[in-house]
Design a protein around this ligand. Structure first.
Ligand code: ADP
Ligand code: ZN
Length: 712
């Protein structure tokens, strides 16, 4: 049965394999069991009921709480060639009737409805005339008062189930896993002996960072400058802060929208659409933004201010990378932001007891910002996961390979300059004076006469500003509030000026930037945009970023190779294949890349499932000091596969130290056995050795000494 499912996955979605969690859930549904799946955002819940929908004889009824998501999902299904539709309050009565009639004629495999529909007797009556094989309750936590978005209409689901003549298989999906919610879902939806599957909370493709930026504006500008064309969300704590950030960034020419509860419905809607359709890359918003946003290619989420608790943080940050592509979640920490959150709790109408709870949750959020441990570990343990690894290899703690350098003298120079400028100016001007600028403002104020003018000539303006920002983050300097923040000395600076305390700066070791050529990606992106406008669907529904990336890697210039691209199923091949193939072929011809095409094409043909030169990706991760376990997690592959990859790399002559795979105490022994019985076949070697020595070690030894021999 699963083999069939796998074929459909390729045919309709263009994916080669199910993720671990998906397989179990689909199997369970296909066995006719009620099934409850708790999986984090981006884990791929939709496919868990959509594939069974294709395999079961009748209709799959999907209860979905958000009108915008419904339309998105249905657009996406239709685009993959799967007959699906939705019914909600956005439609005219005649449209509803039309769709219901077609459903009765067996026209659709999936029908999405809003829960409120179930309150209508008339609608439930019509359901009786449909052959419903599967009920899928999306966002099932909405049935629970304990969840964050209780929807009373969800209670009508069990009423409806009681009324229809043949009870379908019932499946429920959510990302919320607290005990109360779990019990409510099983109880209130009246699931019968359900199989319950909980996959971990981890989102391996997201990296987490807490940054003490000092000057956040500078930080954000720097950050987005490197990411033109990528989609990102910047969350700020208050409307005022959103307005300020928005003005600041827009002034720099970025395509950007803003969103908060103070704007009109119409404005908010426009902003949201522009973001979905990639017209605006960046959105600055309060936490009012996000509910119902299914945009899959959000590459980063920056929190300009600390949010109220970890639940809110993980939900908001989790809007990055729903397509599984590497994405970044950054939290810019500043101690003064905590006051805003405390103020909000104080002002709220909560009971004193609830306030205490909120303070506790806020404290856990603050602790996250200060923890010296792995951030992902902190998050997962906060949400109750057990036996979490020590280091994830993909957060700002785990990746911190910075050296410390002593900047006491520089700090002293900066402090005295701030002091001599009477503590009335912003970072920019202070830096200019230190650098020795003679611009108008400097001269007008006579700052060129100061003894500190030009005493940091040896640095670039940016380096000076970075140092000032560090001194702000470390609370030697302070910034006043308001639109034009002024730098002031703080108490801590005194000890440094008196030579009683030293100041250090972390120097990030320069990561070698892999030079990537994005020109084809940009060409494909604009083609995608063109199609998106033509067909009135968001670009990510045409193709996800990950599909475009694979096209850039493999240059598919015919239909067969196009079909091997992740996310290209038969329907999309028919609809868009030709246009993309033409553009890629042109690009390849113009840039003389034909030899690369045949190389990657051979590769694709040889292994039908996974066409990525996967071992090279593994090697890349390994070279940035990742533990093998972490690479396995980040890439969602088995540890053994990671080990095999390294061996493969080494055998291909790449520089990999295989000693990590060979237990030192066994190496000589393995070599001896190979010496005795030869290295042609693995099995006899394995059998001649003690059980605890595994194949990996043997292969690694074989490869290690083969390379030594051949290079000597
Ligand atoms: P969720 O509802 O759990 O947040 P989605 O169903 O929206 O997640 O899926 C998240 C993303 O993962 C989508 O872009 C989807 O196309 C992709 N996806 C799902 N299953 C697979 C798979 N087996 N292989 C590759 N990508 C997948
Ligand atoms: Zn980590």
């Amino acid at each position: 049965m699963l083999e069939n499912a796998q074929n459909l996955l390729k045919k309709y979605y263009g994916y080669s394999t199910f993720r671990d969690g998906q397989k179990k859930v689909i199997q369970s549904i296909l066995e006719g069991k009620d099934t409850f799946a708790i999986m984090p955002t981006g884990a791929g819940k939709s496919i868990c009921y959509q594939i069974p929908a294709l395999l079961l004889p009748g209709l799959t009824l999907v209860i979905s709480p958000l009108i915008s998501l419904m339309k998105d999902q249905v657009d996406s299904l239709q685009n993959n060639g799967i007959p699906a539709t939705f019914i909600n309050s956005s439609l005219k009565t005649s449209e509803v009737q039309d769709r219901l009639r077609k459903a009765q004629d067996g026209f659709y495999k999936l029908l999405y409805v809003a829960p409120e529909r179930l309150e209508s007797q008339q609608f439930c009556h019509i359901l009786n005339s449909l052959e419903i094989s599967l009920l899928a309750v999306d966002e099932a936590h909405c049935v629970s008062q304990w969840g964050h978005d209780f929807r009373p209409s969800y209670r009508f689901i069990s009423t409806m189930l009681n009324q229809i003549p043949v009870r379908p298989i019932v499946s429920a999906f959510t990302a919320t896993a607290t005990e109360e919610v779990k019990e409510d879902v099983v109880g209130l939806l009246k699931l019968t002996n359900p199989n319950v599957y909980v996959t971990g909370f981890d989102r391996p493709n997201l990296s987490f960072a807490v940054i003490k930026a000092g000057n956040k504006n500078d930080f954000i500008l720097n950050y987005i400058e490197d990411r033109t064309g990528q989609s990102g969300i910047i969350y700020a704590a208050t409307r005022k802060e959103v307005d300020r950030l928005y003005e600041n960034l827009r002034g720099k020419g970025y395509r950007i929208g803003k969103y908060h509860a103070g704007l009109s419905d119409n404005d908010r809607k426009k902003t949201q659409e522009a973001f979905l359709y990639d017209d605006d890359n960046i959105i600055v918003a309060t936490n009012a933004f996000g509910m119902g946003i299914d945009k899959s290619n959000v590459r980063y989420v920056i929190h300009n201010n600390i949010p109220k608790n970890m639940e809110a943080y993980y939900q908001e940050a989790g809007r990055a990378g729903r397509d599984g592509e590497p994405s970044e979640c950054l939290l810019l920490f500043a101690a003064q932001d905590i006051h805003v959150q405390k103020f909000l709790i104080e002002q709220s109408v909560l009971s004193p007891q609830r306030k205490v709870e909120q303070y506790k949750k806020l404290q856990a959020m603050i602790d996250y910002c200060h923890t010296p441990r792995c951030l992902r570990k902190y998050i997962l343990e906060y949400f109750g996961e057990k036996n979490v690894f020590e280091n994830c290899g993909n957060c700002s703690t785990c990746n911190d390979d910075s050296d410390l350098s002593d900047i006491t003298i520089e700090a002293q120079k900066i402090f005295s300059c701030v002091y001599r400028m009477n503590q009335r100016w912003g970072t920019a001007l202070v830096a200019q004076v230190l650098k020795g600028s003679r611009n108008k403002k400097v001269l007008e104020n006579g700052f060129d006469q100061l003894s500190t003018h030009g005493i940091m000539q040896g640095y670039t303006i940016k380096e000076v500003r970075d140092m000032i920002n560090i001194l702000i983050a470390e609370e030697y300097l302070g910034l006043t509030d308001g639109q034009f923040p002024v730098v002031r000395l703080r108490e801590k600076a005194g000890a440094v000026l008196k030579n009683e305390e030293k100041v250090f700066q972390k120097i990030q070791k320069r990561k070698e930037k892999v030079a990537t050529d994005n020109s084809l990606f940009e060409i494909l992106r604009s083609l995608r945009k063109e199609i998106s406008m033509r067909e009135q669907v968001p670009p990510y529904i045409v193709f996800q970023d990950s599909s475009l990336r694979e096209m850039c890697e493999y240059f598919p210039i015919d239909e067969a190779s196009m079909l091997t691209i992740k996310g290209v199923g038969e329907a999309k091949l028919n609809k868009y294949g030709e246009e993309f193939i033409n553009v890629i072929r042109n690009y390849v011809e113009e840039n003389g890349l034909m030899d690369r095409v045949s190389a990657s094409y051979d590769n694709t043909k040889n292994s039908s499932k996974d066409k990525t030169p996967s071992h090279l990706i593994t090697l890349k991760l390994y070279q940035t000091n990742n533990l093998l376990e972490n690479i396995a997690r980040i890439r969602d592959i088995k540890l053994k596969t990671v080990q095999e990859h390294l061996i493969q790399c080494s055998c291909e002559g790449l520089d990999v130290n295989l000693d990590v795979l060979i237990p030192e105490e066994h190496e000589a022994f393995i070599l001896k056995v190979i010496d005795e019985i030869g290295g042609q076949k693995l099995k006899p070697i394995k059998e001649a050795l003690p059980k605890e020595i595994d194949y990996i070690a043997i292969k690694a030894v074989l490869c290690k000494y083969k390379n030594v021999n051949s290079s000597s």
